[in-house]
Design a protein around this ligand. Structure first.
Ligand code: AMP
Length: 214
């Protein structure tokens, strides 16, 4: 299975990606997670990405496309992959196409997670992320057993800078302007599937698997 997930910030791409990657036994490749890991480790790539991420802007394509091309060259991607957070504009979608043609690894589907604006704001303003493992929880809808502590690894929970209101609004604007057009790009290729991203995590995973097939 070679799959990309598309949807606005807060649609639950990261959460669904973990379940779908486990189901299809494929690596979960999240460009946001790769950037955050690089930031945390103080790498050159992290330094290049930081100012864009802090403002909710896209990291330039030249940096992001190279990083994804590299990652897809890892041996584990030969058995399939799930891309989460990439592509995010039409240039990235076209570059991905070229990479996959070169590697003779055609995409099976682009899965769109659909959700409305009010629900996104509700989810993201209360989202907390683990400094240790990157897992998400929510101060109201998915409370950790101990406040401020990750259920999965015991790490410290924090609010991502880019989940704060001002930056969040910019991310949503960028999604509408730059990312939404890739939905028609994949639709025209006959690869688009879409499901509602509202409901329990389990229900949404089931809907995704039924849309994608075994
Ligand atoms: P995410 O965790 O997917 O919301 O990504 C967090 C931030 O990382 C984004 O707001 C961007 O600054 C950066 N980022 C992640 N994926 C991409 C991408 N495909 N292209 C450009 N920037 C990205």
């Amino acid at each position: 299975m070679r799959l990309i997930l598309v949807g606005p910030p807060g649609a639950g791409k990261g959460t669904q990606a973990v379940h779908l990657a486990a189901h299809y036994q494929i690596p979960h490749i999240s460009t946001g997670d790769i950037f955050r890991a690089n930031l945390k480790n103080g790498t050159e790539l992290g330094k290049q990405a930081q100012s864009f991420m802090d403002r909710g802007e896209l990291v330039p394509d030249s940096v992001t496309n190279e990083m994804v091309k590299d990652r897809l060259g890892n041996p584990d991607a030969a058995k399939g992959f799930l891309l989460d957070g990439f592509p995010r504009n039409t240039n990235q979608a076209q570059v991905l196409d070229q990479i996959l043609v070169e590697k003779k690894m055609p995409l099976d589907a682009a899965l769109e997670l659909k959700i409305d604006h009010a629900e996104i704001i509700k989810r993201l303003s209360g989202r907390r992320t683990c400094r240790g493992c990157g897992a998400s929880s929510h101060v109201e809808f998915e409370k950790p057993k101990v406040a401020g502590v990750c259920d999965k690894c015991g790490g410290q929970l924090y609010q991502r800078e880019d989940d704060k209101e001002e930056v969040l609004n910019r991310r949503l604007e960028i999604y509408a302007q730059q990312t939404e057009p890739i939905i028609s790009f994949y639709n025209s290729k006959g690869l688009l599937k879409n499901i509602s991203a509202v409901g329990s995590v389990e229900t949404i995973t089931k809907a995704a698997i039924s849309a994608l097939g075994k």
